[in-house]
Design a protein around this ligand. Structure first.
Ligand code: AMP
Ligand code: MN
Ligand code: MN
Ligand code: MN
Length: 282
């Protein structure tokens, strides 16, 4: 019996809120027998860019990827972009602006935490994040180190959740703008983890905005959710993608790489769609 080659199209590294370096993530994926991978850091392609040569030496296909934080009618939506031209100056400029917005937002969140009586400073959070695209996870990590909370989860559950006491809305790029820009760079856009976040009326919004696919395999999706999203996507001829959303934080998360994954043919389908879109544009 031959094994069907598999791909993980959703992982994070130290370039955003993951704990493993880009190289460690690639080594882990290779060790688990994966044949395709996309590094999809939040608003950063730095991890992907640093690994292009390394991945070529390994028996794994690395697809360009990024998870873009978007504004969706005042709510937050995560859009996964794939197969784009990573050298695009417009794309890199957009991602820089997004990271700048993340910095501003982090400072506002920290000031709310200070008002709530907690001793935490921006410099500490910046040091924790290093050069990474800063996020609420880095704030949560510093809160844990300072014994304000016992875990990232507690930090979110008590303070950082959407609408929570230390929550600040961000002025991210809109879904429409993100999709338009990614298309201009020859890539495709996929709605990340629709299961826990959206109802089916919302999917119509993303469809109208020009979304190219849906992420149906995700740790937060049970079989029923996978099927609902798959049926919906097939009905509209959308791409189907999936991955582990690996951050390297939760216990046993390493086991999700090589377990929560899709057939490598899903990666090929993304590339076919990128090529056909590209040929339509010229
Ligand atoms: P941010 O990028 O700053 O908006 O932070 C969002 C990230 O925090 C997500 O990508 C998840 O990795 C993580 N996270 C963990 N728990 C939660 C939660 N309850 N709500 C939102 N994000 C969470
Ligand atoms: Mn994350
Ligand atoms: Mn996400
Ligand atoms: Mn993610």
């Amino acid at each position: 019996m031959t094994l069907v080659p598999k791909a993980d199209l959703h992982v994070h590294t130290t370039a955003s809120d993951g704990k493993f370096s880009p190289q460690q993530v690639i080594d882990l994926a290779v060790s688990k027998g994966l044949k395709g991978l996309s590094i999809t850091d939040h608003d950063s392609i730095e991890g992907y860019l640093s690994m292009r040569e390394y991945a070529q030496q390994k028996d794994i296909e690395l697809l360009s990827g990024v998870e873009i934080s978007c504004d969706y009618n005042g709510r937050e939506a995560h859009v996964l972009a794939y197969g784009f031209d990573a050298t695009s100056a417009d794309l890199q400029q957009m991602l820089r602006e997004q990271r700048q917005k993340r910095t501003t937002r982090s400072k506002q969140i920290i000031s709310k935490l200070n008002t709530l009586g907690f001793d935490i400073e921006y410099d500490e959070v910046r040091a924790e994040a290093g050069k990474a695209s800063i996020s609420r996870n880095h704030i949560a990590d510093v809160m844990r180190q300072k014994f304000i909370v016992a875990s990232r989860k507690e930090a979110f559950d008590r303070f950082l959740y959407t609408g929570g006491p230390a929550y600040v809305q961000n002025g991210y790029i809109t879904v429409n703008e993100a999709i338009e820009l990614v298309h201009q760079c020859g890539g495709v856009c996929v709605l990340a983890h629709p299961g826990p976040y959206y109802i089916f009326e919302d999917l119509r919004y993303f469809l109208n905005a020009g979304i190219d696919g849906m992420e149906y395999i995700h740790p937060s999706h049970n079989f029923q959710t996978q099927k609902k999203i798959k049926d919906y996507a097939e009905n509209y001829n959308l791409l189907l993608t999936g991955g582990s959303d690996f951050h390297g934080i939760k216990p046993f998360e390493e086991q999700m790489i090589g377990t929560v994954c899709v057939d490598l043919t899903r990666l090929d389908k993304i590339q076919e769609r990128c090529t056909s879109r590209y040929s339509l544009n010229i």
